[in-house]
Design a protein around this ligand. Structure first.
Ligand SMILES: CC(C)(COP(=O)(O)OP(=O)(O)OC[C@H]1O[C@@H](n2cnc3c(N)ncnc32)[C@H](O)[C@@H]1OP(=O)(O)O)[C@@H](O)C(=O)NCCC(=O)NCCS
Length: 186
């Protein structure tokens, strides 16, 4: 049936009307000769997303998920179909391939757990920052009160990113840091 898998309510007859986030372009950035488009994740991105996760190194996967995952189908299915997750992707305009993913998993208290990952060869080019800033704007738009997350204690890049977003570490565990990022500035 023609409908947006993310927000099942938006199907109008046989015409597929997208949910407010699906495919919506949030920002673009140009790096070297590459244009990167930051946009909402669409259900049609499923295969591209699997390719994205499959090319990541074990180390990058571990830094994001705290375990080494090799079979991403169930995770990706949830990302593209759950209405409780706001997800965005960074797409390389020239190849059409996904080079980054960021998500907010909403809870019932109006908070959301954030997660972000960028392809190794594309790291250090500002893509993580651009996605995180877009996510912060979306969090505001969706009325999310607080964004939080867990980061490995030696993950300098992620900690710098959190600081840039106005966030800070709140609790320290042995190998992990719990961070909070304010949604409203000030
Ligand atoms: C964390 C991550 C998303 C950042 O993405 P990115 O595209 O590299 O980020 P940016 O290029 O916007 O840089 C963000 C910050 O990291 C710093 N950084 C980037 N690459 C770096 C490197 N090799 N060494 C040190 N710092 C680095 C940048 O300098 C920047 O901080 P600054 O602006 O204060 O200088 C990316 O490194 C990643 O995917 N890591 C693995 C997954 C992960 O750790 N996720 C976070 C936990 S959910």
């Amino acid at each position: 049936m023609d409908k947006c898998l993310r927000c099942h309510n938006y199907s109008v007859g046989r015409v597929m009307k997208r949910c407010p986030l699906c495919g919506r372009i949030l920002t673009r950035l140009r790096k070297d000769s590459n244009e990167i488009v930051i946009r909402g994740l669409c259900p049609e991105d499923r295969d591209k997303l699997i390719r994205f996760y499959e090319q990541l190194s074990d180390e990058t996967i571990y830094t994001r998920f705290f375990s080494i995952i090799r079979y991403f189908d169930p995770y990706v299915d949830k990302l593209v179909s759950s209405s409780g997750i706001l997800a965005i992707v960074a797409e390389e305009a020239s190849s059409g391939e996904i080079v980054g993913v960021a998500e907010l998993v909403l809870d019932k208290e109006g908070r959301a757990e954030g997660g972000i990952i960028v392809l190794e060869r594309m790291q250090g080019k500002g893509i993580g920052t651009a996605m995180a800033l877009s996510m912060k704007e979306l969090a505001k738009e969706y009325g999310i009160r607080k964004v939080y997350g867990y980061i490995l204690a030696d993950n300098i890049k992620a900690l710098r990113l959190v600081k840039k977003l106005g966030g800070r570490p709140k609790s320290y565990y042995s190998s992990m840091i719990y961070v909070e990022i304010p949604v409203e500035d000030g």
